[in-house]
Ligand binder design. Sequence first.
Ligand code: NBP
Length: 483
Amino acid sequence: MKADIGLVGLAVMGENLVLNMESHGFTIAVYNRTVEKVDAFTSGRGAGKHIIGAHSPKELVAVLKKPRIVMIMVRAGSAVDDTIAQIAPLLEPGDIIVDGGNSNYQDTMRRLAELEGKGLLYVGTGVSGGEEGALNGPSLMPGGSEAAWPHIKPIFQAIAAKVDDGSPCCDWVGPGGAGHFVKMVHNGIEYGDMQLIAEVYHMMRDQLGMTPDEMADVFEAWNKGELDSYLVAITRDILRFKDEDGLPIVDKILDAAGQKGTGKWTGITALDFSVPVTLIVEAVFARCLSAMKDERVRAVKILGKPSGARFKGSRGAFIEDLGKALYAAKIISYAQGFMLLREAAAEYGWKLNYGSIALMWRGGCIIRSRFLGRIKEAFDAEPSLSNLVFAPFFAAQVLENESALRNVVGEAVASGIPVPALSSALEWFDGLRTERLPANLLQAQRDYFGAHTYERIDKPRGEFFHTNWTGHGGSTAASTYVV
Ligand code: NBP
């Protein structure tokens, strides 16, 4: 028996992907660095299935159909390089290595260049949906050597999540590190969505004094409308969940958030590309601030809590505004994420299909939602759409919900409840619609102290001027450049 694909890395994701592939009729050869895990798997969850256990990379490669496909599901970073170093010398030109871990897209670009140089094909694919998704249908975002796509497509599209019309949440993303880049932005958006929900929860808990069960009812209602999404659904379930003593478990969980880095990468990339992905960056920093638990406890002792105004309005109307604010901010966050994708596409010469990316995220992954179907429609209607909030549907939606967002942020500021993601959404939206920002003054300051020059509103763009502001500076300007 020959295997359709080999998989290295039998941890939670690898095991479940193998079982998913097997359930779709594929035969899989498996290998893991700690070899005992191979036998444990083939005699345990994998027993009696079309799964071949290999005890060395050589054994793995020997049982694969040609061109050989080896998928790596190990910890991102040097483990991927170690695994490639073991597998690649055993392969022939035209064989394919797929990295399905959360690798940094720049590592993927480096590995791709190295392996293509040896005649191999290399794919870096985002895999989202966690353990459950890996088993029952993940969202898959493959990119890299396009010649590999016809070979991996039947397997990938078979195991991927499907949306209502049966379309798989997996398509070819693009060359280079495009697959892992799209996965990185997916994870950044996930940080943003989670932070927005957490801020709305904070407002309900501390401003309206709602119980977890009352909040769960609100999330349940929201999940039947435009906010219908996996994260809203699990928030409802989390709020309802009781500890052994019958009390809500959410109230007992320490408020110090962890992170594994992909949100941070999105922020760093946004800064590198000068794209204002403000909401995701705020979401990352909100986790950092939450992790400073001891410092915050100390701050309250020294500085006291914010002693803002108490909420006096109608509770029902405010809950409605919270839902609308969440929706408006979410639109803005996705607009920012797609701006980053567009910039990366321009930077690296990738032709990204934004509608197809929205479809890949529509099911299987953590940010899956009804809303992504709308995004797909917007990009399908206008593939060159430069900004999601310019699409007629989203322009109308964000404007319809703008006053609720403004109201919620205003109440939060007045009462001293931090809402960095909600407020950054509003700031970005206001900034985007301000024709004349105060950057004229910034340019004057830069020219004053550093002779950095400025453009003028009464002259064509691209002409730069320097003023001798003090009378004793020289007339020599610094060269103009963007860093
Ligand atoms: P882990 O990220 O926990 O990695 C464990 C696997 O990596 C084991 O098979 C381990 O082998 C192997 N490994 C390590 Br650690 N160092 C190695 C090395 N130097 N050489 C070879 N193998 C090595 O597993 P996971 O949670 O299943 O995630 C796999 C990948 O998928 C990661 O990149 C992760 O970020 C990504 N991902 C995870 C999720 C999720 O929900 N967990 C979701 C989406 C993507 P050993 O058994 O010998 O120690």
